[in-house]
Write a protein that binds this ligand. Sequence first.
Ligand code: GLC
Length: 474
Amino acid sequence: MKVYHVSAEYYPAAKVGGLADVVGSLPAYQSNLGVDTSVIIPKYGTPWFESQAYETVWASTFWYPDETVSFSIQRVLDEARTEALYVIDIPGKFDRAGVYSDESGYYSDGAERWLSFQRAVLDWILHSESRPDVIHVHDYHAGLIPFMMQYSYDYGPLKSIDTVYTIHNQQYHGAFGWDRQYLLPAFDTWKSGLLDWSHMINPMAAGVKCAHRVTTVSPSYLRELKYDASGLEWLFEHYEEKCVGILNGIDPLVWDPKADHYIDFHLKKSVANFKKENKKKLASHYHINPKRPIVSFIGRMVDQKGADLLAEAMTQMLSEEQPMSFVILGTGDAQLEDQFRTLQGQYPNSTGITLAYNEGLAHRIYASSDFLIMPSRREPCGLNQMYAMRYGTIPIVHHTGGLIDSVVPYDEDQGTGIKFDELNTAAVISALHTAISLYQNKESLANTINHCMEADFTWGASSKKYIELYEGIK
Ligand code: GLC
């Protein structure tokens, strides 16, 4: 079986969020199971792409009414990679400093960019000798591919290829006005309704309507989408039969406490030592007290991740001088960043705040913290809780989406984390108090850490589920 993954992100080439980690790890597992797997992403103008060697495999041109779009398909030459990686060079569209944005903000020509990427993918497949059996597209950036394969006249010969659409985050739809319908190659206009949602062309909705199978990155998230999907609820009810939730896995080679090259101390025999030594190092980096529990947050400071609730809870905990320190790593809303900066100024000995994206520091924080907090309002899967557990850091999570499916509330002798149901500052504060008590109970603490580290979040089971899904399409 031959499978092409089409995605905006891929670790380590282009990472903004968890999408990159998933597309950067699932394909290797599929290859190991005997599937001929390739990944196709845009060629961005970022340093990783400059450092690679390429072989151009195809080049062509297509036309928007007022623009000629030239592109080339380049295979990345790297013997070490299990799956094949192709990048699409589209000058003017992707040779920029960021994936979705740069320091001057989000790119305003998203529709033109993602359509050019998707059309280039399909033009290439149309002209290549060996076509895939399955095209597996990820998130809205590739969500129009199933529609175009079915209903654009140019792509008629691709109709028989199976399509799978995976939703990593349903909040972003990539919708644009019908006045830009000309970005798509001519299609059967009787089918326009399949592109439409609320009088816009909506790639997220079109992906759900037109793909042969739709997956979400956890089973609980799929259940939630039926009653809360920013207006698309009905779609998930209506297409229920072709939708399935498959929990993400993580790459155990990238996230390996015994060999992770980012961290200061590797896990040898004693978990307690591993935690203690790494924690000492992080505590001295941020000038915080290593005797107190460290609760960390890693991620985007946006509404979805509940960083605002955390900032409020921290303000209260720190003003009451509760025995706890906080480490924060991420970027996002300017106002939230300011709030964290202020807390750092007020409580320099109990906070370590880094307002940046820093992959290496993230690894060190997972290895060094006692707890990782995720007060997410919505969490399609969440990978951070899995990374944390692998490094013996106990997750504190809101009961939502993939956090429901991956964290088991702790009690005397089982469970892996602390969960809260309500979503408000008081609930976050109460969970933090639970963390302080757990930290003081050395036996329960050690047991919970062990359960976390024993949990298996590798791709083993989930990668097989995807293959069964592909096989079941016919
Ligand atoms: C998105 C989701 C996150 C998920 C990731 C990978 O970033 O917000 O929950 O884990 O995609 O699927």
